[in-house]
Design a protein around this ligand. Structure first.
Ligand code: COA
Length: 226
């Protein structure tokens, strides 16, 4: 047995933070000690019987030598909000945990990065790679040899066929389907139910069957402020 894992501070206090607290507490080796969020966003001093502390006091109250962090934030600003908090935690010296459901199917040689949130009934086939800060909500299929780049948010029941690549920061809506060897470019918004038959252009929205590119920037659609 290795050394005990550090308890966690969850960054966020919305629904995803509450979900992360639940999953880490009841389906991982980690305890959740507290939540942290910018002082202006604190709604109550406690959540699920844990303190909610301002982010600028985090390092003094829950120091990084004793605690790791998990950033539990959704796809806001096409995943940039979550990325910013990941960078903030790293700058403070925190190690970042990943959660992988005990009910996910993860083949032995799958690589999974830090601050990933991989829920029940995801199937990660042999030789797949999941980059840092990726959320795979429940029930996705990631086919053999496919690569999910950093900061992607995949909702539920997405089928990624074999040898695909999903570009950084892209969002994939429920029930989207990707053909074999397709490359989704960075900063894509793939609508629910979209059938992606060919590789896509960066910063674009695709919807329909077969999917077509909508004449609107995905960054603009998701109100990105770089
Ligand atoms: C793409 C999306 C954001 C809709 O955006 P929108 O443009 O604001 O939606 P609107 O309702 O104004 O629809 C615009 C048009 O696109 C059509 N449309 C909307 N969503 C569509 C979809 N997923 N596939 C095909 N057509 C769609 C609408 O019917 C409408 O058509 P019309 O102009 O002929 O009437 C939404 O459909 C979507 O896919 N959201 C993701 C949902 C999801 O997976 N959430 C995950 C939760 S974790």
């Amino acid at each position: 047995m290795g050394p005990a894992l550090k308890p966690l501070v969850i960054v966020g206090n919305g629904e995803i933070a509450e979900m992360a607290c639940e999953y880490f507490t009841y389906d991982s080796d980690r305890d959740v000690a507290a939540f942290a969020i910018g002082a202006d966003y604190i709604k109550a001093s406690a959540l699920h019987d844990r303190p909610v502390v301002p982010l600028d006091e985090l390092a003094s109250t829950y120091p990084p030598d004793l605690y790791d962090a998990f950033v539990a934030i959704g796809d806001g600003q096409l995943n940039r909000l979550r990325r910013r908090h990941v960078e903030g935690c790293k700058a403070m010296g925190y190690g970042l945990a990943s959660y992988v459901s005990s009910k996910a199917f993860v083949w032995r040689n799958v690589e999974i990065g830090e601050n990933c949130f991989i829920l029940e009934h995801n199937v990660l086939q042999p030789f797949t790679t999941i980059g840092d800060n990726v959320t795979l909500w429940s029930g996705n299929h990631v086919g053999h040899r496919s690569v999910i780049e950093e900061d992607v948010f995949m909702s539920s029941h997405v089928v990624v066929s074999g040898f695909c690549r999903i570009g950084a920061r892209s969002f994939l809506g429920v029930n989207a389907a990707l053909a074999h060897q397709v490359q989704v470019a960075a900063d894509n918004f793939i609508a629910m139910g979209a059938v992606i038959t060919a590789s896509t252009e960066p910063d674009s929205i695709y919807q329909g069957n077969p999917a077509e590119r909508r004449g609107l920037s995905a960054k603009r659609f998701c109100r990105v402020r770089d």
